[in-house]
Design a protein around this ligand. Structure first.
Ligand code: FUL
Length: 460
């Protein structure tokens, strides 16, 4: 009986998330869409809507539709900026908490259609999805479930409204690579909160667009990183336990979202959302708060460098453009990445790897890799990558830097995942060793790279 229950439990586990057998363990692995998503690493968020014109962060939902009136909307400029900045896509706030729809939804009377902008014929989603296609970047949508305008919010009917809006978006503007469900759940115009029908929402998306990755506090595909500062945990598991939790107030604690669960049952990697400015929406007085390229690079180390993805918000201004302060910072950020990571000082053939397996348990496999240079090299950055298609296995590793046989320093890292970037003050070495001390099964490093990045870019 026990065996039958165990097999049944395993079956249920397999249904909720993809798993692979690694040695004696079954570990969660990413879906194809999650793997593609992980490879995108960094992309832009654009907050745009009535708040852009009323100078608010959270509109009340009673703003007149005419408030939304971009002078010269130019989604092509957004996409060209994203492309030049090396960002893989754009996620637009199709509807924020104020309920205003940037497309003429038939499920609402609070949309671009009711505004005087382009005589009610304007459609930001139409323009942006076309511009993304033309520029070869991906198009994603943020659709706030919380709606401070919709008369049905707070009733069961609103769940159908929200599902209907998603259908419209997928049918008219797809393909959509990522859909963002904000967990915020406040009161609507009738003073009631909504009980969200998450299973209905998920079913709707999966039926219409099975390759779209869905973000919320806890997935199903991508999780929130637990803060809005763009910072993942130095230990960052792509696995999470979701049983008993819901997005929003019912989500796991923020530090759990930040680090994941070592033995989490589902593959749900973290995404770091952060704004290039103080707020999410454009406010001219925040033009001076735009982060510098160096600050953006530091965020990159703390997000992409810790195995998460970076969703960097760059709001559109009242004209409907990305402001030059922001685009200049983005291009500067791109230059710093190019400058830092264009010359890997390790050729693949230089890496010698040995693995030792303790016969009694495959959990005790230790793998060490050694790189030797004939002449000293000066480095201050090491990049490790794990073959996550087979699961995330590495629990901790030591990197030792030596010069002519004398160890100079040992850097201790925990998880690796898609990519771990470790920076340290410049050190002259002839030898580097990576010893994986602990992993769930035989680990697979897909890359060991070494760089000399500008010294002022070392992680703060
Ligand atoms: C939050 C929202 O309340 C903010 O306004 C912003 O959109 C941020 C990305 O998500 O939950």
């Amino acid at each position: 009986m026990k065996k039958i229950i165990a097999v049944f439990c395993l079956f249920v586990l397999m249904l909720s998330s993809l798993h692979a057998q690694q040695g004696s363990r079954s570990v969660p692995v990413p879906t194809k869409s999650q793997l593609v998503w992980q490879g995108m690493e960094y992309y832009l968020f654009v907050h745009f809507g009535p708040n852009t014109f009323t100078d608010k962060e959270w509109g009340a939902g009673n703003e007149p539709e005419d408030a939304f009136n971009p002078g010269n909307l130019n989604c092509d400029q957004w996409c060209k900026t994203a492309k030049a900045a090396g960002a893989a896509g754009i996620i637009i706030t199709a509807k924020h908490h104020d309920g205003f729809c940037l497309w003429p939804s038939k499920f609402s009377t609070h949309t671009v259609r009711e505004s005087k902008w382009q005589n009610g014929k304007g459609d930001v989603l139409r323009d942006l999805s076309a511009a993304c296609k033309a520029n070869g970047i991906k198009f994603g949508v943020y659709l706030s479930p919380w709606d401070r305008n919709h008369p049905q919010y707070g009733t069961a009917g609103y769940n159908e409204v929200y599902a209907g809006m998603m259908k419209e978006i997928f049918q008219h503007y797809g393909p959509i690579w990522e859909l963002w469900w904000d967990g915020a759940n406040g009161e609507g115009p009738n003073g009631k909160k909504q009980v969200y029908d998450w299973p209905l929402f998920k079913k709707t998306v999966r039926n219409l667009s099975p390759n779209t990755v869905i973000f919320s506090d806890l997935g199903p595909d991508i999780r929130w990183v637990g803060n809005e500062n763009g910072i993942a945990g130095t230990t960052n598991w792509n696995t999470l336990n979701t049983e008993g939790f819901t997005p929003g107030a019912g989500a796991p604690p923020q530090d759990t979202l930040n680090r994941g669960n070592i033995n989490g049952t589902n593959w749900i990697p973290a995404e770091c959302d952060v704004s290039i400015r103080k707020g999410w929406f454009y406010h001219s007085e925040e033009d001076i708060t735009v982060k510098t390229p160096e600050q953006l690079f530091d965020l990159y180390l703390k997000s992409v460098g810790r195995g998460a993805n970076l969703l960097l918000n760059v709001p559109a201004d009242r004209k409907g453009w990305i402001h030059s302060n922001d685009s200049i910072a983005l291009i500067g950020f791109k230059k710093l990445r190019d400058q830092s990571f264009s010359h890997n000082l390790i050729d693949k053939e230089m890496i010698q790897t040995k693995s030792r397996t303790n016969k009694t348990s495959d959990l005790k496999t230790s793998v060490s890799s050694i790189v030797i240079w004939t002449e000293p090299v000066t480095i201050n950055c090491i990049v490790l990558k794990e073959k996550i298609a087979d699961g995330q296995l590495i629990e901790n590793a030591d990197i030792t830097l030596s010069n002519r046989g004398i160890a100079i320093k040992t850097l201790h890292v925990t998880t690796v995942g898609h990519q771990r970037i470790i920076t340290f003050p410049s050190t002259s070495i002839t030898e580097l060793s990576v010893v994986i001390n602990k992993s769930k099964a035989k680990p697979k490093l897909s890359a060991i790279e070494a760089y000399a990045i500008p010294e002022n870019l070392i992680e703060k």
